[in-house]
Design a protein around this ligand. Structure first.
Ligand SMILES: [Zn+2]
Length: 397
């Protein structure tokens, strides 16, 4: 099949005001501007949005091992480490990853930060501090992530969650599959979300066992608490294990309940399916079907160089390419793959509207030498400059 060439973007001028927001976008109107930067026809796109990371665990690869290469192995390894980790160490590693992401064009990160017996809310306090320190360069959102033994200790989880909310987190979540009573744990999350007004962003069914799915329980509670549009489910790997008709029913219900889904191809390709004797599964959720049903889907980095996966550069264009490949998107889906790391996660994070390249939006922009969006996703150029609030924060112009 022949396809027509990718649409070439029109040459436009972008006027940025003193407040760092876009004033206007249009053909040739910049005479009289205080400063003019001639980009010589380079491609300008909105800055990238990483909707799911773990900055607190980032770059612990050298200190930890996960011989089995599984999710449980990674979780156990990090818990041993978490008992002694200091706030300074968390901050130093997180800053290094944040800066790497910024250089690749990421302007917003939502970071799931561990709460469990070993670290309690130490990581949360560090990430909230980092969020404030980085405010002019990166939009950081901190999720109170009840993991390890926290989903099994509901009384302690309540106290930690209350303390995390007081510390100023942006969302709450955790891992219901680690709970002895997953439904009671979900009830706790929804109760706190309703009371605090915070959105929920949880790790949902990050396994490949179709016999223990929590999708319906989350959908029910989303409806019952009136939280449509404010619940996000990361991973959702087990949706791929469900029978096609069952998966179709769940996906339709997710769409109807306005639950967003984030796929994390790096960690799920690494962690899932290791027990398969042949034809190991890909471990990702049903990306294509979710998109086709109108679910808001994003693709994100997840872990970067820790026991959950030892690699990761922080380049979201890599994540887009992995999702396209492992999620079986098509030849014409390069713009769709770009939406997974830009428009869609911006909507999930509720980033200030308007967002993107339009008047009123903050001038958080990625500038590259690519021909168009297709070329940007396919080639993943090293030539990148990043503006945040109209100021150059990485690369050169
Ligand atoms: Zn995660």
């Amino acid at each position: 099949m022949l396809r027509s060439g990718a649409q070439q973007p029109l040459p436009l001028d972008i006027a940025i005001g003193a407040d760092g927001r876009i004033l206007a976008v249009g053909p040739k109107f910049l005479e009289g501007a205080e400063q003019i930067i001639d980009l010589d026809g380079k491609l300008v796109v909105p800055g990238l949005v990483d909707a799911h990371q773990h900055l607190d665990k980032s770059r612990t690869r050298q200190s930890l091992d996960n011989p089995a290469g599984t999710l449980d192995g990674a979780s156990a390894a990090y818990r041993m480490f978490a008992a002694t980790v200091t706030r300074e160490d968390i901050m130093a590693r997180a800053k290094r990853t944040l800066n790497a992401c910024l250089r690749y064009g990421t302007v917003a990160i939502r970071t799931h930060t561990n709460i469990e017996s070993e670290s309690e809310i130490r990581g949360i306090e560090a990430m909230v501090e980092l969020r404030e320190q980085s405010r002019t360069r990166m939009t950081l959102q901190v999720v109170a992530h009840l993991t390890g033994d926290a989903p099994r200790k509901l009384d302690a989880a309540r106290q930690w969650l209350a303390a995390a909310i007081t510390a100023g987190v942006d969302a709450i979540g955790g891992v219901p599959q680690y709970a002895d009573e997953p439904l009671a744990f979900l009830d706790l999350l929804f109760e706190f979300a309703e009371r605090s007004g915070l959105p929920i962003d949880m790790h949902l069914d990050e396994h490949l066992d179709a016999g223990r799915l929590l999708f319906d329980a989350v959908i029910e509670r989303t409806r019952a608490h009136g939280m449509q549009g404010r619940v996000t489910a990361g991973h959702c790997c087990a949706l791929s294990a469900a029978a096609p008709h069952e998966a179709k029913r769940i996906i339709a219900a997710l769409a109807q309940a306005g639950i967003a889904v984030i796929t994390l191809p790096a960690a799920n390709l690494f962690l899932q399916g290791r027990d398969a004797a042949q034809l190991a599964p890909r471990g990702l959720t049903r990306v294509r079907e979710l998109l086709a049903a109108g679910v808001t889907v994003a693709a994100a980095s997840d872990n970067i160089q820790d026991p959950f996966i030892p690699i990761g550069s922080g380049d979201l264009l890599e994540t887009a390419r992995w999702t396209l490949t492992a999620g079986h998107l098509g030849l014409v889906d390069l713009p769709q793959a770009f939406a997974l790391i830009s428009t869609n996660p911006a909507s999930i994070l509720g980033l200030a509207k308007p967002w993107g390249i339009e008047p009123g939006a903050r001038a958080d922009l990625l500038i590259t030498d690519c021909e168009n969006i297709d070329d940007l996703v396919a080639s993943g150029t090293p030539d990148r400059a990043v503006l945040v609030g109209g100021q150059l924060v990485a690369g050169t112009l």
